[in-house]
Each structure stands twice: as C-alpha cells, then as structure tokens.
Write a protein that binds this ligand. Structure first.
Ligand code: PHB
Length: 395
C-alpha cells in the first residue's frame, strides 16, 4: 500500500513536471542551474563606500524583481579589488576562472577597469561596468560583451565649462588625481570651458589616492583664480572639501567639480561643501516618483541614503534583468542577450536612459549645488549627452 502510494505520488510529480516543460533534457539543465554573478568592487580604501553602494543598488534591483534572473536563482561571488590596478587582471581572472561567473559586475577605478577589460575581451565573459569611466572601454576598445551603466569620464565635465563662464568665472585652476579618471575628466572640462571662453590658468595634480593637498592649496591661493574645478571622489573628496574650506578658499574662490566630488560625502565633509557647484547625471532631489520611490526603498533596506553610485548599481541590476528576461534566463544565448541589452530602456532614478552604440549611457547632465546635506538641482546643464565613442567598432 505504502509502496503503491509512493509510486503514484512520483508519477504525479513526473506528469506535473512534464506538463510544465521541466523534463526537456539539455535546456532544462542549463536553465535550472543557478546564475553566477560576480562583484569585483573596492571594499577597502578611499573608494570602499562606493563599492558598497553599488552592490547595494544591484541587489535592490534584483530583489525588487523577485531575486531571480530570467527565472533562475542567483549565486553571488565577491572580490575586493582595493582600487589597485596592479591586481586588476588577477582579481578578474579569479572570478572568471575559479568562480566561473556568468557576469562580472565591476568596477569603480578606471585603472582596475583596464584589468577587467583585458579579461573580458579575452574570455568573452559579460562585463557590466557600474562606475569606472575610462574612455577606451567604450571607445577604441569597445566590445560586444562590455556594457557601461554609469558614464564616461568626460561626460559630466563636458557640461561644466559653460555654467562656470556664465557665472563670470573665466579664469580657473584645475586640480585632480593623476590617473585616467582625472585626466579624462580634465579633457571634458578643457573642451567645454575653453569653448565657452574660459582660460585654464594652471593644472594641478597628485598621485592617486594621495590626500596631502596642502601645498597645492597654497599654490591656488597664490594664483588667485576666479574658480577651482576638480575631479575627486570617495574619502579623498571629503578630505579635499574639508581642506579647501580649512584653508579659507571656500570664501574667496568658487569651487566646482565633476559631481562625484559631493556624492556620498556630505556628512563626512561636515558643512565644508556648502555652495559647491557640480555637474552630474543624478541628483538626490530629482522630483520624480521614480526617484522618490527608489530613495525610500534604499533608505529602508540599507539604513543609508543612496547616492549616484547606488543608482548606477541599481541600473546595472535593471539592465541585467532586462537582458536575462529576453533570453528566458539562458545567458549563454549571447547574441539575443546583447541585442536586448543594447535596446534596453532603463527607467532609472536618474531619469530614463538608453545605451549608445558603443554601450555607454546617453543621459542628461544636471547642474547641482550643495545646500546642507543635499545636492540640489539648479538646472539641466546638458540634455542627452552622448560620449562620442570615438574609434569604437563592435565585433
Ligand atoms: C574612475 O576611476 O573611473 C572613477 C572613480 C570614482 C568616481 C568616478 C570615476 O567617482
């Protein structure tokens, strides 16, 4: 009796499985396997907070969609890249070869990104860039399996020059870390500022992630420009804002920046950022239901206020969800997967955006000013800004 009941139960299960298509052999096994998602992000050092915000954003997007990708459960793998370019290839290889990830999400630092990029191009693994703006990734070395959900380094600063000159600030000093992100942010700044009629009095720099700003601030005080423009981010940005104010420069020389300067650091800056003007593809105070809902959910889930990095992570999750849905979870169907991601419209807290042909967001850049602990929108600095994608040939 018992035996018979067991048999009956089993055959009922088999019939049930067959009727839902679960017995189709090969595809079934591929579909049933869990998707392997790798995070290669900084969890220590000056960009640690950025890495955490990005991971939070990705997880939130996936959780809101039921925690699955195209119907498949997800396993996560993590590597702390320490924002160390020397270990970029090794860390990316670990995720691809050892952990066998289907998709590598990373990273923040442009130099480390070049290591990931090498591995992505050699292995064909899907790479979603949730921050690093290094130009070649979506220009000369663009690749079908590499998609950026953030920005190219020159995108924010291409919108910075004009508002500076419009405010009567025609002689500026530029200051940054000397590496790809700083150099390329300068490229956008130089182009937009000189086109608007501004003159760059001097270009100052220090090695990443050095925060000994004192000698350079003394030099700025002596130069007496109308304005200072810069690229800094993370812990280093908070320190720069505090040192700039402590030197008294915030009272006499208007500070501008690529918007990362004031992202996620306003608490740590403790008032030193008041009045700083920046350009960026996001603002905390974008008055849309989408942004408000996002901010509310994020604050509830993580007990933290989201910033641009959280938004970029969230959009990375949204892009992956759209791609996975289009291929029913079969991420090995690369042609269809990439086509879906190329055509995706991302309904982001920053506003709707889509991919350029070179796989970089086409997006509005906002003009913002710090008031209290917020980046207030004071205008749209430029609409639908597209990186030129110079030299990109897919294939
Ligand atoms: C970069 O290295 O590309 C980078 C890092 C931090 C940012 C923006 C860009 O906030």
């Amino acid at each position: 009796m018992t035996t018979r009941r067991v048999v009956l139960t089993r055959s009922a299960a088999v019939i049930g499985a067959a009727s839902t298509g679960l017995l189709l052999p090969e595809i079934v096994r591929a579909q049933a396997a869990r998707v392997r998602v790798g995070f290669m992000l900084p969890y220590t050092g000056t960009f640690a907070q950025l890495g955490v915000a990005i991971e939070n954003g990705v997880r939130m997007a996936l959780d809101e969609a039921g925690g699955k990708l195209g119907g498949r459960e997800i396993d996560f793998f993590k590597v702390d890249d320490e924002s160390n370019p020397a270990k970029g290839v090794e860390n990316a290889t670990r995720l691809v070869q050892r952990d066998k990830v289907d998709v590598l999400i990373g990273t923040v630092h442009s130099g480390v990104q070049m290591g990931i990029h090498k591995v992505a191009r050699e292995t064909g693994v899907l790479n979603l860039i949730p921050n690093a703006g290094v130009h070649v990734a979506t220009r000369q070395q663009c690749a079908p399996n590499v998609f950026r959900t953030s920005f190219s380094n020159a995108q924010p600063t291409l919108a910075l020059g004009k508002p500076m000159v419009e405010r009567g600030h025609k002689r500026a000093v530029w200051i940054t870390w000397n590496y790809a992100a700083g150099d390329e942010a300068f490229e956008g700044f130089e182009q937009s500022y000189t086109a608007a009629g501004g003159t760059i009095v001097k270009k100052l720099g220090l090695p990443f992630p050095n925060v000994e700003f004192q000698a350079l601030l003394t030099e700025i005080a002596a130069l007496k420009p109308d304005a200072v423009a810069c690229f800094f981010a993370g812990g280093g940005a908070a320190k720069f804002l505090r040192d700039y104010a402590a030197a008294g420069l915030n009272r006499s020389i208007q500070l501008y920046g690529s918007g990362f300067l004031t992202e996620g650091v306003l608490e740590a800056a403790g008032g030193a950022a008041e009045g700083v003007i920046t350009t960026m593809h996001y603002s905390d105070l974008l008055d849309t239901p989408r942004n408000k809902q996002f901010r509310l959910n994020y604050a509830k889930t993580f007990k933290l206020q989201p910033d641009v990095y959280a938004v970029q992570g969230y959009d990375t999750g949204l892009l992956l969800l759209q791609g996975a849905k289009a291929v029913g979870g079969d991420l090995s169907n690369k042609k269809a997967l990439y086509a879906a991601m190329e055509g995706a419209v991302i309904d982001s807290p920053r506003g709707q955006w889509r991919m350029s042909k070179a796989h970089n967001p086409i997006q509005d850049i906002y003009l913002r000013q710090v008031k209290g602990k917020e980046n207030r929108v004071i205008g749209v600095a430029a609409k639908a800004v597209e990186d030129p994608g110079t030299g990109c040939r897919m294939g």
